[in-house]
Write a protein that binds this ligand. Structure first.
Ligand code: HEM
Length: 443
């Protein structure tokens, strides 16, 4: 057997080729554009715009409903984003749609299945119908409104246990101790993940999350690859355990599928790991973003404390105002026209969900945060069309329960210390959000 170091060294050329095709070429073109001041390239590359992308969205909006550079189009327009996401003339094109066909083929050849990330096919997020329909049908069964509705008590219990663990603690990192723990516990239950594996998976997911971003550096890519490899190794062991001793979790159901529905091992990994990672890598941002926004708007927090039925709408307003997934990409599958612009096959469009959610044509005074906004739920934070977030009702439930329980237990909770944003561009949230409370002991 090869030692891990030798295996890594042997894999280096393959890994480098995979990086060059998926990110390297793109990165050098985007960097060149950004140096020339091209707005779309800056939106993809400029670190300042990662922290605060909103002024750039407004600049783009000022140029029209769709803007383009030599490589790609982009939109922050609600109607355009909605139309493209729902259109069968656009697809995800296997995550590498911007590459010419021969390079896409080469990428599929060189990529190691044990380092496939959430936007690499055959992830559900990266394939189009009919393959997408086949995967989605299997997973959707676990997330019907009825099933999610029945999870309310379990989510409340998880929130209660986490808050009990914090009893007497006055200063803590909200992300580490609460916002990340609640979703990982809930999704781990759904996927049969043992309790002792959850902490490690959280850390790995956090390192791999950057693979959602375009134009990664070689260093970022390598670090994420190491995390992804460990996740795949863990998942293989998890599948073996469940094959021997199936439970009533989603992964056991997927393993037991038979006939044409049966998933091959690579499909099973991609579907399972996507649901796992999507389950905890996004809701953590929603909860953290909510606490940060409410901290800046104490009058609105007071309103919610007095009117707890308002938490559901408040969650939608956070999703709109601080969208945890800021952007996605679609590629034209055939010649088509949107808002008067012709898209040739293979032409891509960056859809800034976080910008569409501040479109003044849909949301009055869109930059204002207002937990009572009547049409807050018209946001595109969960996307639209065939890839509409499968976990949307679960995420809404988790966030509303988590926030209500947090502020019931700690009415005076406030941000205290330097909050740190995540280093990701597609995902918007906090790495660290230090908070302080007077730590009332329950009872
Ligand atoms: C605040 C929390 C969440 C946000 C903002 C969010 C956002 C999104 C978005 C924007 C997409 C579609 C991306 C695209 O169209 O390219 C998506 C897809 C997906 N989400 Fe979520 N998500 C959240 C929570 C969850 C949770 C809790 C789960 C699972 C339990 C989940 C599972 C999925 C899955 C499986 C897909 C792929 C669906 C498909 O391709 O058909 N998400 N999510």
């Amino acid at each position: 057997m090869r030692s891990p170091d030798l295996a890594r060294a042997v894999d280096l050329p393959r890994s480098f080729t995979a990086w060059a095709l998926a990110h390297g070429l793109q990165r050098s073109l985007i960097q060149r554009g950004a140096r020339k001041g091209d707005l779309i390239s800056r939106m993809v590359m400029d670190p300042a715009l990662r922290l605060d992308p909103f002024p750039a969205y407004e600049e783009l909006r000022g140029r029209g409903v769709i803007s383009a550079n030599d490589l790609i189009s982009a939109s922050v327009d609600h109607a355009v984003c909605n139309e493209v996401l729902r259109s069968d003339a656009f697809g995800t094109a296997g995550g590498q749609g911007e590459l010419p066909k021969p390079l896409q083929w080469l990428h599929h050849k060189v990529i190691d299945p044990d380092t496939l990330g959430p936007v690499d096919p055959p992830s559900m997020l990266a394939v189009d119908p009919p393959l997408h329909t086949r995967y989605r049908k299997q997973v959707a069964r676990a997330f019907t409104a009825r099933k999610v509705g029945r999870m309310g008590d379990r989510v409340s219990d998880v929130a209660g246990d986490l808050l009990d663990d914090l009893a007497g603690v006055e200063d803590f990192d909200l992300v580490e101790r609460y916002a990340s723990q609640l979703p990982v516990t809930v999704i781990a239950d759904l996927l049969g993940v043992p309790e002792h594996d959850r902490g490690r998976l959280l850390a790995l997911g956090n390192e791999a999350a950057v693979t959602l971003d375009p134009g990664l550096s070689w260093r970022q890519f390598r670090r994420a690859e190491v995390a992804l490899r460990e996740m795949h190794t863990w998942f293989r062991g998890h599948v073996e355990r469940l094959r021997e001793d199936p439970g009533d979790d989603l992964i056991s159901q997927l393993i037991l599928l038979d006939g044409p529905d049966r998933l091959d091992p690579v499909e099973l990994h991609q579907v399972g790991l996507l649901v796992l990672a999507a389950g905890f890598e996004t809701t953590v941002n929603l909860i953290g973003n909510a606490v940060a926004m409410l901290d800046g708007h104490p009058d609105q927090l007071r309103f919610l404390q007095e009117n707890p039925d308002g938490w559901g709408n408040a969650v939608d307003e956070v999703l709109r105002h601080q969208s945890p997934v800021q952007l996605t990409l679609r590629i034209a599958l055939r010649r088509t026209e949107v808002a008067g612009k012709v898209f040739e096959p293979g032409h891509g469009i960056l859809l800034y969900l976080g910008g569409a959610n501040r479109d003044p044509a849909v949301f009055a005074n869109p930059a204002a945060f207002d937990v009572t906004r009547a049409n807050a739920d018209q946001h595109l934070a969960f996307s639209a069309g065939v890839h509409f977030c499968l976990g949307a009702s679960l995420a809404r439930l988790e966030a509303a329960v988590a926030l209500r329980a947090l502020y019931e237990r700690h009415p005076d909770l406030h941000v205290a210390g330097r909050a740190e944003r995540r280093g990701t561009r597609v995902l918007r949230g906090f790495e660290r959000l230090p908070v302080r409370t007077t730590a009332r002991v329950p009872g």
